[in-house]
Design a protein around this ligand. Structure first.
Ligand SMILES: [Zn+2]
Length: 169
């Protein structure tokens, strides 16, 4: 699996393959995007070999631009905000939604964040203290918090209005 070999020979033409990048063009929503694709390229023909890491790098670069077009946070921004909030990828997915692996995918550029998730992260980035509103102490509960007061307010509104009308009579 390790590709520490400094020389890879092209299986098509037996030329030496070199490490390098080549521009690859994509089209997304009418916008053409060019990404530098790292990989092993043959000197003699068009053969190229991409490792999983090479593909990941391109996917990430593409995701960044795609996010810009879609006006949502890109992988790097998602990562930066999550770290700023002091959350692990796993915890972020549990807390904010999407599941345990969601943030791993967002930050790798494998999945684009939804608009609501993007907006939520933007808001939390502005007001990190709001995160406390979302954290629910389930496992480490030494003292259980009292249940929030139920809605008992303004049930008398109607009655008092009737009384007012009667009073006017
Ligand atoms: Zn070749």
């Amino acid at each position: 699996m390790t590709e520490n070999k400094s020389n890879i020979v092209c299986h098509e033409c037996n030329c030496v393959m070199r490490r390098g990048t080549k521009p690859v063009a994509f089209s997304y929503r009418g916008r053409s995007i060019t990404v530098d694709q790292p990989g092993w390229y043959c000197d003699g023909c068009d053969e190229a070999i991409y490792s999983g890491k090479d593909m990941g790098a391109t996917e990430l670069a593409f995701a960044e631009i795609k996010a810009e077009v879609d006006n949502v946070l890109g992988p790097q921004e998602v990562r930066a905000i999550r770290k700023r909030l002091g959350l692990s990828q796993r915890r972020a997915g549990e807390l904010l939604g999407g599941g345990q692996r969601a943030f791993q995918k967002y930050e790798a550029g494998a999945v684009e964040v939804s608009k609501p998730m993007s907006n939520l992260l933007r808001l939390l980035n502005k007001q990190p203290s709001l995160l406390e509103e979302l954290t629910n102490p389930t496992d480490s509960s030494s003292d259980s918090e009292p249940e929030p007061e139920e809605q008992t307010f303004r049930k008398h509104n109607r009655k008092s209005k009737l009384q007012d009308q009667q009073g006017q009579r």
